[in-house]
Write a protein that binds this ligand. Structure first.
Ligand code: NDP
Ligand code: BG6
Length: 510
């Protein structure tokens, strides 16, 4: 409603270097505070991504990184902790220990409570010492459980926001558990922040092949004309992990796989995949198109969803524990660790095309991919030349997001020789073979974007509302009716129900 929130100022400086009043060019500085620095995500992803950006020369000249959490730690202890997870992955051959030392010298720690303005005021003092007379830009990364997001935003905004530059906040998922709690979180954040200061992260949007989706579609004449119900039979968006919720059972049991993976990562991929051509590559133009897709989706029916939960399984003499064997998970938990769903977009482009999503933990393989199955060739002249499996006659485009990034198109081809026999071969763009440079981690791209004020890969509040609008009724129904997940053995292909769901729409999972 245009009412300025209390606290953080978003005014001012988008650029990292600003001209001073005398025109001499007063420099700016970026202070990055990782809130929850003692935690898993900070160690595993955020500090390593910041180091990689530093190593690549992508961070501004003047920056500092502060860890903030309740655990008592000195600067030296933080550096020791962080150094264990920094890697020289960009160029294994180069000795990057010098760079690592330089980076670690820029890392500091401040212990404090998450709901204490006084503790954030102490942090503010330390930040100011480093910022000096420069324009101060501040980035807070909330790498903490969601129930304390608002405490932190309030205290940081009142006691430690920038006085003369920008202040931005990266918020980690989960953004609520349903439409109501998500809206309440957004309302809470907006008491202290403008929407353009909130960077809701979905790290799948920072993955190279997800970012490439629009390039593939909109810069290649051959794909876009085929990108509709006229030629596409179904689209599959698949996420699978070959390990369970190990160590995160407590968190996971409160959310489940639909909230953990489908409502955000897979739905975002789907929106990017299905959106109309944006007016430009500007963040708002892209997000406008994505939100239209989300709002055009047919309400999700419970009978278009299959849920599962992994159970223990012994293989090769090794016992793999079931989900409820985790001590932090109630033994009677009905939380799904697997889900498959059939979704539909009610618009002219996609009417009737099933978008099948599948997400699961403790499956037989680790992969994330998009599979586009095209329609049969009408009046296929070569039908008899494939052997018995007619399905082989259709084209399939596979975008393998991870691991071993690749884009390949399955085409029908004549097997060389005197006869006329066809098989299906791949036109294969294998990233490791084509590009020698290592692909940056999603967190690197997203952190850099947040520092640069680029919002394209972050989730806007209306997108979030639409995403929850789609999944909340289903989640409520599953929970109210106590629908029991189908059990599947650890390391298997998941519940057979997923195959029946696909078969209902004449689809075979890729
Ligand atoms: P952690 O559980 O490791 O928590 C981070 C830090 O927050 C802890 O070190 C602890 O610091 C503090 N903390 C933990 N529980 C509480 C509590 N109940 N009350 C107050 N403070 C608490 O979380 P992660 O690092 O795993 O994740 C951080 C955020 O990122 C979460 O929102 C998570 O959902 C999200 N996320 C995590 C992923 C991962 O792979 N770990 C992946 C994607 C998203 P201290 O005690 O020192 O204050
Ligand atoms: C997170 C989920 O968002 O994504 C985790 O909370 C999941 O459960 C992770 O393991 C997967 O991310 P990636 O990048 O390893 O595929």
């Amino acid at each position: 409603n245009g009412t300025p929130p209390t606290g953080f100022s978003s005014e001012g400086f988008q650029n990292l270097q600003q001209a001073g009043p005398d025109g001499s060019g007063s420099e700016s500085t970026v202070s990055i505070t990782v809130v929850g620095a003692s935690g898993d995500l900070a160690k595993k992803k955020i500090f390593p991504a910041l180091f990689a950006l530093y190593y690549e020369g992508c961070l501004p000249k003047h920056f500092t990184v502060f860890g903030y959490a309740r655990s008592k730690m000195t600067d030296a202890e933080l550096r020791d902790m962080v150094s264990l997870t920094l890697t020289c992955r960009i160029d294994q051959r180069e000795n990057c220990s010098v760079k690592m030392e330089e980076f670690l010298k820029r890392c500091f720690y401040h212990a404090g409570q998450y709901d204490s303005e006084a503790h954030f005021a102490d942090l503010d003092k330390k930040l100011k010492q480093h910022e000096g007379s420069r324009i101060s830009n501040r980035l807070y990364y909330l790498s903490i459980p969601p129930n304390i997001f608002l405490d932190v935003v309030k205290c940081a905004s009142l006691a430690a926001s920038s006085g003369n530059g920008w202040t931005r906040v990266i918020v980690e998922k989960p953004f609520g558990r349903d439409a109501e709690s998500s809206a309440a979180l957004t309302r809470g954040l907006k008491q202290y922040l403008h929407e353009d200061q909130i960077f809701r992260i979905d790290h799948y949007l920072g993955k190279e092949l997800v970012e490439n989706l629009s390039v593939l579609r909109f810069s290649n004449l051959v794909f876009e004309p085929l990108w509709s119900r006229q030629y596409i039979r179904n689209v599959q968006i698949i996420f699978s992990e070959d390990f369970g919720t190990e160590g995160r059972g407590g968190y996971f049991d409160h959310y489940g796989i639909i909230r953990d993976i489908m409502q955000n990562h897979l739905l975002q991929i789907m929106a990017l995949f299905a959106m109309e051509t944006p007016t430009s590559l500007e963040a708002e133009d892209i997000r406008n198109e994505k939100v239209k897709v989300l709002r055009s989706m047919k309400p999700l029916q419970a009978d278009d969803v299959v849920i599962g939960q992994y159970k223990s399984h012994t293989r090769g003499g090794v016992m793999y524990p079931g989900y409820t064997d985790d001590k932090t998970v109630p033994s009677n938990s009905l939380t799904p660790t697997f889900a498959a769903a059939a979704l539909f977009i009610n618009n002219a482009r996609w009417d009737g095309v099933p978008f099948l999503m599948k997400a699961g933990k403790a499956l037989h393989t680790k992969r994330a991919e998009i599979r586009v199955q095209f329609r049969h060739v009408p009046g296929n002249l070569y039908k008899g030349c494939f052997g018995t499996d007619l399905d082989r006659a259709t084209n399939e485009l596979v975008i393998r997001v991870q691991p071993d990034e690749a884009i390949y198109l399955k085409i029908n081809n004549k097997i060389p020789g005197l006869g006329m026999r066809l098989d299906r071969s791949n036109l294969n763009l294998h990233y490791a073979a084509r590009y020698s440079k290592e692909i940056p981690d999603a967190y690197e791209r997203l952190l850099l974007d947040a520092i640069e004020g680029e919002r394209r890969l972050f989730i806007r509040s209306d997108e979030l509302d639409a995403a929850w609008g789609l999944f909340t009724p289903l989640l409520k129904e599953l929970e109210e009716r106590h629908i029991a997940p189908e059990l599947y053995p650890y390391g298997s292909r998941g519940p057979v129900g997923a195959h029946y769901l696909a078969a209902k729409y004449n689809v075979r999972w890729g």
